[in-house]
Design a protein around this ligand. Sequence first.
Ligand code: BG6
Length: 504
Amino acid sequence: MTNPLRDPQDRRLPRIAGPCSLILFGVTGDLSRKKLIPAVYDLANRGLLPPGFGLVGFARHDFSQDEFAQLIKQAAKDGARTPWRETLWNQLAAGIRFVPGEFDDDAAWKRLADTMRELDEQQGTNGNHAFYLSIPPALFPVVVSQLREHGLATSDDGWRRVVIEKPFGHDLASAQDLNRVVAEVFPRESVFRIDHYLGKETVQNVLAFRFANGMFEPIWNGNYVDHVQITMAEDIGIGTRAGYYDSIGAARDVIQNHLLQLMALIAMEEPVSFKASSLRIEKQKILANARPTPRLDFHTAHAQYVAGWAGGEKVAGYLEEEGIPRGSTTETYAAMRIDIATRRWAGVPFYLRAGKRLGRRVTEVAVVFKPAPHQPFAKHDVEELGENALVMRIQPDEGVTLRFGAKVPGTTMEIRDVLMDFAYGGAFVESSPEAYERLILDVLLGDPPLFPQHEEVELAWEILDPVIEHWARQENIDTYTAGTWGPASADEMIARDGRTWRRP
Ligand code: BG6
């Protein structure tokens, strides 16, 4: 029963999930072990999961219930960000179940249905179940239709939701197919597509920064902004994900989703509210008007890392990584210029770049401003003055920096760049929850604003498809040395516009 004295809109109250269970498909995969299971433990530790909570793993393996519980415990212990509490674990463990089987095996689905019924009775999960598909997209259709066939996708008593991990297709056509398959079984409000960047505090802060303050929005347009650079650099290679990564590459892996979502948040108009439907409308307008420039040979770059250095150690090139086929032309670095045809952004290029094995791990958005229309200084006074820029540091070292010129003390009027800095660590004592914690909790609460909807996903593919097709027509792929900031072709690409990449 809901407490009539509690205002459900009051965002200060802790949001605690009601009785429910989470069914993980792909429970033995990397993402489940490293992110999802630890996030479930941390949510429980923060008191945000109900006493009646169930966690069900479905996989091809032949684990006993005990072996499975042990596996989950180890993953939770290895990845938890909050302190380990054995008593809490024992409570959680009471709701953990394992269902072995293949996705096309009807008997396994029957076992799953029985398990869910048993959990409803034993744990009081009330028929509320979220199905988390952390599996290759090729398997989505079979899983979704099995959920329907076995009567698991709907319920008279509780809610049923489906959570889909990217990649949402590999191009526009496949994304449309996928969305159609899912929509045949689950209504829009029951589908939660994960883009974990939207779960990050610093990404949500883009909206707070822009719309809670009066001073930035008046200059947030082509009259004042020269260009925007969105960078997602990683120092790691592809790790143990060769199979996944080689079939996908950098642009599909992170530009189609994380970087285009970030771009939409930076560029969109003020939403009517922060409801999912209002956010979608504004993001959709940006994505529908955004296009790579027609000169794809001029304004895109893609490349693969070759052996080099990372963290002081020698590292292999992409083609030498275990599991990568000889002669693969998959890109590990992608850069492109996107133009947004709206009154606010006409003439302001958005440069997006992402890559593995770059100089260091950093994701940031830099809004670079035009110079003052007139400068009453001698030329040598402003020789060391760069561009005014506002940099949102998404991670690590989360914060916002404003770069502007200031007079060097003791000189007549020499001007040099200085930084004004906001750092989360210095301003807030609250710790940020991990993105997956926030997103899993939102799924269990049925709170959809941080999940991209199918329109956004399809529009993002419309932007990317021509670039990927253009690259596919090229026989060779450029290279860059691991540990550097990417290929020379990316520097040339931005230099054609008379600009340079920021060195984060
Ligand atoms: C994932 C990509 O979406 O994001 C990975 O598939 C990438 O390739 C990861 O490493 C990076 O996430 P984060 O949160 O560490 O920036």
